[in-house]
Write a protein that binds this ligand. Structure first.
Ligand code: PMV
Length: 325
């Protein structure tokens, strides 16, 4: 009873920020992402009667208690779904620079969900798998699919209408996403904690909720008509708005560092010079830069010349879940 799955990570173009149910990981708003080809997690899960407890190896080392508990709690949900109490051995390799604050939870829980359910012999649709992955980390539900992906928030209390679906596959539209790695500290406020504080205390959160579904519709229109400029403008505005809601929280949350602002201002300069280039930022200091493939080289080189930029990794739309038999 063993299976291996590989999942790519994803970056939200229209952000998920806020949970309406913390146990089932149900979001306050729908979101939209692009699955990236350069960052992924490969996970093998084996269930056996001979295992007397769960064990989790991450990049060949035994995972910390915090990491292990998250993975085992998630396995409990999978076990409940499958009607089994077998223990498991998980072994994961993360090709995501986690230490630098790049999110690995999306690819991590998508790969774990896929490998664990496959190891237990469950035959799930992508939609069902997306609903299971969601309960490890919300953004993981989008990493089941390649290309451009929408996570519909749903309205049911049991979460059965909260899952992701593909809106355009990875081959349908090539854009460049440059992941800018800054010389910055690890984030101090987790996304779960940041969301909770924002929902409970920020007076700007209602403004977010009142406008985010419209942002999503506009982004979908831009994707469907391959209108890069329209997409870039809405993506950038949506990111700024999400961070503005956090600045209004009590106490305020600021994920940005000096290098973050340098990159933002640099993008503005490139745009004034006539290049179609936009940014998005998650719950951390690093920036993801969107541009057209023909401008990729010039944008890449100019970003590398900035003082606080340690590395830039070029990504393109990536595929959904894959299994190794
Ligand atoms: O799923 P989480 O807990 O990693 O939260 C993701 C939050 C953001 O990255 C900021 C936005 C998103 O939609 O991915």
């Amino acid at each position: 009873m063993k299976a291996t799955a590989i999942a790519n990570t994803n970056i939200a173009l229209i952000k998920y920020w806020g949970k309406r149910d913390e146990t089932l990981f149900l979001p306050m708003n729908s979101s939209l992402s692009i699955t990236l080809d350069s960052f992924f997690t490969v996970t093998t899960v084996e269930f056996s009667k001979s295992f007397y407890k769960d064990i989790f190896f991450l990049n060949e080392l035994q995972a910390t208690d915090k990491e292990s508990n998250k993975a085992f709690n998630f396995l409990n949900k999978v076990r409940e779904f499958a009607g089994t109490n077998l223990h498991a051995r998980i072994s994961s390799e993360n090709r995501v620079p986690t230490a630098a604050g790049f999110a690995s939870s999306a690819s991590g829980f998508a790969a774990l969900a896929a490998a664990a359910t496959r190891a237990l012999g469950l035959q799930l649709s992508e939609k069902e798998l997306s609903m299971i992955a969601r309960q490890g980390s919300g953004s993981a539900c989008r990493s089941i699919y390649g290309g451009f992906v929408e996570w519909q928030k749903g309205i049911r209390t049991d979460g059965k209408d909260s899952f992701a679906k593909q809106i355009l596959n990875e081959k349908a539209w090539d854009i460049s996403v440059l992941s800018v790695l800054l010389a910055a500290e690890q984030k101090k406020v987790s996304s779960t904690e940041g969301m909770k504080r924002t929902v409970e205390t920020s007076p700007f959160y209602t403004g977010w909720l009142n406008t985010v579904e419209k942002d999503l519709e506009e982004a979908k229109e831009a994707i469907n008509s391959r209108d890069f400029e329209k997409l870039g403008i809405i993506v950038e505005a949506n990111t700024m708005k999400m961070h503005a809601t956090m600045l209004g929280a009590k106490p305020p949350i600021l994920y940005w560092q000096r290098g973050t602002i340098d990159v933002i201002q640099h993008i503005h300069k490139l745009r004034s010079a006539g290049i179609y280039v936009y940014f998005t930022i998650d719950a951390g200091p690093n920036v993801k830069v969107l541009c057209l493939p023909e401008d990729e080289k010039i944008v890449y080189e100019s970003l590398l010349s900035l003082k606080d930029v340690q590395d830039v990794i070029i990504c393109h739309p990536g595929s959904g879940i894959k299994y190794f038999e």
